[in-house]
Design a protein around this ligand. Structure first.
Ligand code: NAD
Length: 275
């Protein structure tokens, strides 16, 4: 078992839908460090979530919640007792039709849906969650490189994630002074989950990343879970308003590594034998 640095801490996690959900790994990592977790899940995933969470003693409470609805989020928080140390927002959605069409054909209703569910919901769960948080709590959301670069197939979700990353900065500046709460995002590399399977060409993106990141691999939900636990713990007390990359370094890459052959410098090779 790892460090028990979160014993006695309580977190609220939005976004567990299945055993592949990033939120599920974040929740498990918080638990591994001694915290207890309350889950907010979407009704359509209820049976999966109930199955998944059976006999998990570290789950304090589980309630359904639609992050797109003010009334639903209000009703969710009304069912919780006491104070919490953080909120995880791992929620995103865009209508499948909108992800299949070129961005120029995006319809207003689909744009609004993607923005409300994937970006505005962070404002909503933060605002309505404020009375439930201890001072100096941590709020964490999940974003993707498509917020700042064109990634094929990501389309309208890129716009929604750009808004989300901006909201991280705005919310941090807005609630930090009065409450001491921190607001951060993890920009995760691609991971095969239910949400990811809705992105056209996702498997090709995974292949590309595995061959082109500085670590020559994709990240896992567990990689994100561990970084998330850090950002939700007092160890990151001085970090707010940031987007932190858990992407095996891909964001630093300006050109594919096989372009090395164009360089005059010889490729660095590992030392031969003992040095
Ligand atoms: P996932 O499908 O397991 O999780 C998405 C979650 O969003 C689900 O739990 C779903 O119930 C929830 N959700 C959607 N609409 C909702 C609503 N109206 N109300 C409440 N919940 C709602 O997939 P995931 O990949 O674990 O996604 C979690 C987060 O990570 C998302 O924000 C996603 O954009 C982000 N992310 C994913 C990847 C990736 O490659 N998988 C990369 C970077 C960022």
């Amino acid at each position: 078992m790892g460090a028990q640095d979160l014993v006695g801490k309580r977190y609220i996690v939005f976004g567990v839908a299945s055993d592949t959900s990033i939120a599920w790994y974040v929740a498990q990592e918080l638990a591994a460090r001694g915290a207890t977790v309350t889950l907010a899940y979407q009704k359509r995933f209820m049976s999966r979530v109930l199955q998944l969470t059976k006999d998990q003693k570290w789950i304090e409470q589980m309630e359904e919640c639609d992050a797109a609805s003010e009334d639903s989020v209000k009703a969710f928080y009304a069912k919780l007792n006491g104070q919490y140390h953080g909120i995880v927002h791992a929620v995103a959605f865009a209508p499948a039709e909108a992800l299949m069409k070129p961005i120029v054909e995006t319809q207003e209703a689909d744009f609004n849906t993607a923005m409300v569910v994937s970006a505005y919901s962070l404002v909503r769960v933060t605002r309505l969650g404020l009375p439930k948080l201890h001072p100096e709590s941590a709020i964490l959301t999940l974003t993707y490189l498509g917020a700042e670069r064109v990634v094929p197939g990501y389309r309208i979700m890129g716009t929604a994630k750009a808004a989300l990353e901006s909201l991280v900065r705005e919310l941090a500046a807005s609630i930090g002074p009065a409450y001491g709460h921190r607001v951060n995002a993890i920009s995760a590399g691609p991971i095969k989950t239910l949400a990811a399977s809705g992105v056209p060409g996702f498997d090709q993106i995974l292949d590309w990343m595995a061959n082109n990141t500085p670590l020559r691999r994709n990240v896992t939900q567990a990689d994100v879970g561990r970084a998330a636990a850090f950002l939700l713990s007092p160890d990151s007390a001085g970090i707010t308003a940031q987007t932190i990359y858990v992407d095996a370094g891909y964001v630093s890459i300006g050109a594919p590594p096989d372009m090395d052959r164009l360089l005059i410098e010889p490729r660095l090779s590992p030392p031969e034998g003992p040095v």
